[in-house]
Design a protein around this ligand. Structure first.
Ligand code: 5GP
Ligand code: MN
Length: 345
């Protein structure tokens, strides 16, 4: 049992007492953020509630087909509505993020809201800004954790096909199609339960992974062909994307999703980074193999965080400065990175 009975009873009590439920997730929502938020949405609807989903910014096109996605309110497009939902809510779920800053666009409104805040998340080191905390890092994803919570709570309403698709997308995307963060047998047991609802796994996979626009695919080509540097002496590889690159390939939200993993797929590379130029900052995505913690790296140098093997953050420098600065930090990390690689094999 990874979830305490006390937390489950408190959650049940909250769902009985509260009526204005708002489900929120992090900025640049990914498959797990959207999947877990919409699964919870469908679940609450099945209880007869009228929950709302508030996303900080737009969801990538490969997730827009998910059941219920069209009902979500996008804060960046309608901040007045977002603010009124935040003010009116008496229960707010914080899905797939560990600190209020991660919603980026409505952090202060979220902090000021009078509602009870429940976090359901699998990132390490959650902040102490929540009334009820479901924080488990051993699971693959927030979607998996939510599934286990609902299962242990033994709510009479079962899992519908729509809910199953949302859960499945969260687990599938956070494990790279069941290739990492998936050594726990429960991950597959839950996947099997989801498939038993009648959902079409092959279709779900296709909708997420085989729907690249031509320009997204060519942007990937640019990343791998021209914009990647491999540094074998540090077992590190990185990719950069300037504003011009993004414009050239008509960048759409979500187009760089998964790009950093290609750099990590190289043999004898244990740390991979993607640097993307975004307005006044360079967005950083970090990945690692083995015990080397990119969460620690992101916290120490990139104003960010995440998990041991997948983290992100921001740097307030130019692209050229950032790349020089990043390369300069590698000699000091080299021994640790190589150690991680040696133990990983
Ligand atoms: P990605 O590289 O896919 O954007 O993010 C990888 C992981 O790190 C995700 O689980 C994400 O939630 C987390 N992460 C990304 N950016 C940040 C950040 O700025 N701060 C924190 N705390 N976590 C982040
Ligand atoms: Mn996640």
């Amino acid at each position: 049992m990874i979830i305490s009975e006390t937390s489950i009873s408190y959650l049940k009590k909250l769902l009985e007492e509260k009526s204005d439920v708002l489900i929120t997730t992090h900025y640049n929502p990914d498959g797990d953020a959207i999947g877990s938020s919409l699964a919870l949405y469908h679940f609450l609807v099945s209880l007869g509630m009228n929950p709302k989903v508030l996303l900080p910014n737009e969801l990538p096109s490969f997730l827009q087909w998910l059941p219920g996605a069209g009902d979500a309110v996008i804060y960046s497009e309608n901040p007045e509505l977002g603010n009124s939902l935040l003010a009116a809510a008496d229960l707010i779920f914080c899905m797939d993020y560990n600190g209020l800053g991660r919603v980026k666009l409505f952090t202060e409104e979220l902090r000021a809201a009078g509602a009870t805040r429940v976090i359901i998340d699998h990132h390490i080191q959650p902040e102490n800004e929540f009334d009820l905390i479901f924080s488990v890092t051993a699971v693959s994803s927030t979607s998996e954790l939510l599934f286990q919570i609902l299962e242990e709570a033994e709510f009479p309403a079962g899992i519908s096909k729509e809910m199953a698709e949302c859960f499945f997308v969260g687990i599938m995307t956070d494990t790279g199609s069941f290739s990492y963060a998936c050594n726990r047998p429960e991950t597959f047991e839950i996947a099997a339960k989801l498939i038993k609802t009648g959902m079409d796994v092959e279709r779900v996979h296709r909708m997420v992974y085989d729907t690249y626009s031509e320009s997204r695919m060519r942007l990937l080509g640019q990343c791998l062909g021209s914009n990647m540097k491999v540094l074998p002496e540090f077992a590190t590889a990185y990719i950069w994307l300037t504003k011009e690159d993004l414009e050239k390939y008509n960048y759409q939200q979500g187009d760089t999703e998964g790009v950093v993993n290609y750099a990590l797929s190289i043999q004898n590379v244990a740390v991979a980074a993607l640097f993307t130029e975004r307005g006044d900052r360079i967005r950083v995505s970090l990945r690692s193999k083995g015990e080397f913690s990119v969460n620690d790296l992101a916290r120490a140098h990139f104003n960010g965080g995440g998990h041991r093997n997948a983290a992100g953050g921001d740097v307030f420098k130019t692209m050229a400065e950032t790349l020089v600065w990043f390369e300069a930090m590698l000699p000091a990390l080299s021994a640790e990175i190589h150690q991680s690689l040696d133990n990983y094999r």
